[in-house]
Design a protein around this ligand. Structure first.
Ligand code: F6P
Length: 323
């Protein structure tokens, strides 16, 4: 292998740049050339290539976002799009790929390998932490710390005004962010897609007679919760308890930006480096994650097909500590 390509795809996450840097520097260490593919699969289809050397990844380890840009490509979902992508990367002399992103990224890389035989290694880059095959994804630690800082500030004003705040955190399909953030902020309630009874418990919390009435409360709501996120929950609560002053804050994309934490930088660096070594050893069609502090391979099929579960104990802990 003389040249590899690296790209980021799907939602950006803090630490992607640290990962790109590790890919490039490890490749150079092993005398391999690296092409950066801009905007993920879209860039493959449109030949948006840029050579990367040691200097091009200087001074990026501390930066959020991704210097390679990112996108979600509809065209790559078609065989015609993938054929054009294949021809372009062959012309560019790319013999292997490091694909940083979420399950959509893994799915694209898997099909691409099956159809055109381009070996690739997928790395978990998403703030949601919802990828099987790794304990933590790149960007998750930064995102939860960003959310915690914001909620600590909200707590001050909630306290001053005796208000209830519903704070919506990201997490399209899962409540990883909500659970960790909720526990860390001492939230009075955590609403996640994985816990069917959580909304009822919130109603209970506000309705119970004799229970210590807290003057203010913070309820953390995962955006992907089946009852429709924080705004919907606020409507339901307002209807049931019109006397309570409820404010809603959607933290949104603030959680996706910012300088990565040390944890994310180290994870991203390990994974980027391991991906290059893996390609050089002839590994392909797999993801690398870190489980119990050890880098581990998981096939694309397994990483896509299996669901990572939130610890039930952690959900229970959130419930116990909120009372
Ligand atoms: O997957 C990461 C994520 O931030 C989710 O938490 C969120 O639902 C989604 O991306 C938002 O995507 P977009 O930025 O394209 O609106």
């Amino acid at each position: 292998m003389k040249r590899i390509g690296v790209f980021t795809s799907g939602g950006d996450s803090p630490g992607m740049n640290a990962c790109i840097r590790a890919v490039v520097r490890t490749a150079i260490h092993n005398k391999i050339e690296v092409t950066g593919i801009l905007y993920g699969y879209h860039g493959m289809i449109n030949s948006l290539f840029t050579p990367l050397d040691s200097k091009s990844v200087a001074n990026i380890i501390q930066r959020g976002g991704t210097i390679l840009k990112t996108s979600r490509s509809e065209e790559f979902k078609t065989i015609e799009g993938r054929r054009v992508a294949y021809e372009n990367i062959r012309k560019e002399g790319i013999e292997g790929l490091v694909c940083i992103g979420g399950d959509g990224t893994y799915t694209g890389a898997k099909i691409f390998y099956e159809e055109f035989g381009i070996p690739s290694i997928g790395l978990p880059g998403t703030i949601d932490n919802d990828l099987y095959g790794t304990d933590f994804t790149i960007g998750y630690d930064t995102a939860i710390n960003t959310a915690i800082q914001a909620i600590d500030k909200i707590r001050d004003t909630a306290d001053s005004h005796d208000r209830v705040f519903l704070v919506e955190v990201m997490g399209r399909d899962t409540g990883f962010i909500a659970v960790d953030v909720g526990i860390s902020c001492g939230a009075e309630g955590i609403i996640i897609p994985e816990d069917a009874g959580d909304t009822e418990r919130i109603f209970d919390f506000f309705g119970r007679h004799g229970k210590r009435q807290k003057a203010f409360s913070i309820i953390v709501v995962a955006e992907g919760d089946e009852q429709g996120g924080a705004l919907e929950l606020a409507k339901k609560l307002n209807k049931k308890f019109p006397e309570i002053k409820i404010k809603t804050t959607i933290l949104g994309h603030v959680q996706r930006g910012g300088s990565p934490t040390a944890r994310d930088r180290v994870r991203a660096s390990i994974l980027g480096s391991k991906a290059v070594e893996a390609l050089l050893k002839g590994r392909k069609n797999e993801t690398i994650g870190i489980i119990d502090n050890v880098p581990r391979f998981t096939s694309y099929a397994e990483a896509i097909g299996r669901r990572k579960e939130i610890s039930k104990e952690l959900i229970k802990l959130g419930e116990i500590l909120s009372s």
